[in-house]
Structure formats: C-alpha cells, structure tokens
Design a protein around this ligand. Structure first.
Ligand code: T5A
Length: 210
C-alpha cells in the first residue's frame, strides 16, 4: 500500500486556507484519491470540544501556556484517532493548520518560545510532521478585511493587528528554518489564481500531470 501524503495549510486568519483545502479535496477526489479533510484545533469529537474553549471570546483569562497545552491536547487526539490511521491506509490528508500554527501563534506571537512549544507538542505529534506545508501568505490588513465580512470575531481574532503581524512574521521565521517542507503561496489573488499555485505545489508529490 502507498504511504499517504500529509499536507498542512498554514497562514494567518482569512488567508483562504479553508477555501483552498476544499478546492484541492474536490480536485483530488475527482482524480480518484482517497482524501481526508480535517482541521485544528478539532478534527475529532474531543478536539471540537477543546476548540470551543480555545476560541470562546468569553474566556479572556486563558493564559498563553494554557492555550499552548490545549492546542497540543487537541493535536494528540487528532494524530492518534484520525491522522495516523488515514495516512496508514494511503489517504491524502489535507489539514487546515497543524504544528506550525502553534509555532507561529504560541511560540512567536505569544512569545512562549520555540523550545517550550516544541517540548509541549513532542508527545502530541509523536514524530508526525506534514510532508508539505502550504503557507498562504498575504498582508494582515487584506486578510482581516476578508475575515471581517463574516462578523463576530473569535478570541484569537480579537488579539489585534500587532499580534497578527507577529504571527505572519512567525510563519516566515519557521519557513526559514525548514525551507524544504514549506511552499509559499501568494494568497492575495483570486481564489482561482491561488488554486493554480496550490496545484502546482502538490502535483509533483502526487505524480499529477497538469
Ligand atoms: N491556532 C490554531 C493557534 O493559535 N495555534 C494552533 O496550534 C492552531 C492549530 C483557529 C484559530 O486557532 C489559532 C489560529 C486561529 O486563530 P479558525 O476559525 O480555524 O481558528 O481560523 P482560521 O484557520 O484562520 O480560519 P479562517 O476561516 O479565518 O481563515 P481561512 O480558512 O484562511 O480563510 P477562508 O478560506 O475561510 O476565507 C476567508 C474569507 O475570505 C474569502 C472566503 O470566501 C471567506 O469569506 N476568500 C477570498 N476572498 C477573495 N480572494 C480569495 N482568494 C479568497 N479566498 C477566500
């Protein structure tokens, strides 16, 4: 059996990750691939409960360390219950955020540091890293105007412009540290233009001809 392919979509809020994840899933399913679409935090019943706590704007007192550990707890369940079994049967797993979100948001923007975040996540990921990270990159202001059209902001979206600039810089720093795993997608264009880049990045890994 072929080993599966694990692709993570990363980027700031409103950069179009979910939109591109759905497009890619539909495309690959049409080509006959077994595709699993999932997200973090969440992806399991347990993870969805943790997600509700993490995004609840009423819980303003949540400390950065609590936040980091809750993201890791959701991930621990996700890896064991969904990601590893799907990859073991040869599926293409498309995950909206994974470990590099914890690095960008908690290590860099919350300033907990990479060592702390990697240590908290080591038992969660248990060695499972994406084969490909698609970093949907765009200026924070442009992404915010897209997200703002949806109305109410969750707890992390409310963190403000400087925080989200730090998140974007955090993703850039992570890309510098692991350039072969990352592929940067210019997320400023139309959904069609962005998808062309996504497909070009994924095609060689799945042996697709364009
Ligand atoms: N988090 C997560 C951490 O802090 N640490 C972690 O370890 C993890 C895993 C998750 C929050 O948790 C944080 C990060 C987040 O703050 P979420 O609701 O899952 O919360 O947040 P996002 O993943 O950011 O989801 P969003 O829906 O906000 O952003 P997307 O998925 O990037 O954007 P998408 O596709 O929903 O598009 C947003 C809007 O823009 C439009 C869409 O139609 C939609 O209205 N759009 C475009 N418009 C114009 N041109 C394009 N190319 C467009 N593409 C999409």
């Amino acid at each position: 059996m072929n080993p599966g392919l694990f692709i993570a979509f990363e980027g700031i809020e409103g950069s179009g990750k979910s939109t591109q994840q759905i497009r890619l899933a539909e495309h690959l399913e049409r080509l006959g691939h077994d595709v699993v679409c999932t997200r973090e935090p969440g992806g399991t019943a347990t993870g969805d409960r943790i997600r509700a706590v993490l995004l609840d704007p009423a819980l303003a007192e949540l400390t950065p360390t609590t936040e980091m550990l809750l993201f890791a707890a959701s991930r621990a369940q996700h890896v064991r219950e969904l990601l590893r079994p799907a990859l073991a049967r040869g599926a293409v797993v498309l995950c909206d955020r994974y470990l590099h979100s914890s690095l960008a948001y908690q290590a860099w923007a919350r300033r907990l540091g990479r060592d702390a975040v990697l240590a908290a996540n080591a038992p969660a990921v248990d060695g499972l890293l994406p084969g490909l990270v698609l970093l949907l990159d765009m200026p924070v202001q442009d992404a915010f105007s897209r997200a703002a059209e949806r109305g109410r902001l969750d707890r992390i979206e409310q963190a403000g412009r400087a925080f989200h600039d730090a998140v974007r810089a955090g993703f850039h720093a992570e890309r510098e540290l692991d350039p072969t795993r990352f592929c940067t997608i210019d997320a400023t264009g139309s959904a069609d233009a962005v998808f062309e880049q996504v497909l070009a990045a994924v095609a060689p890994r799945l042996g697709l001809v364009s």
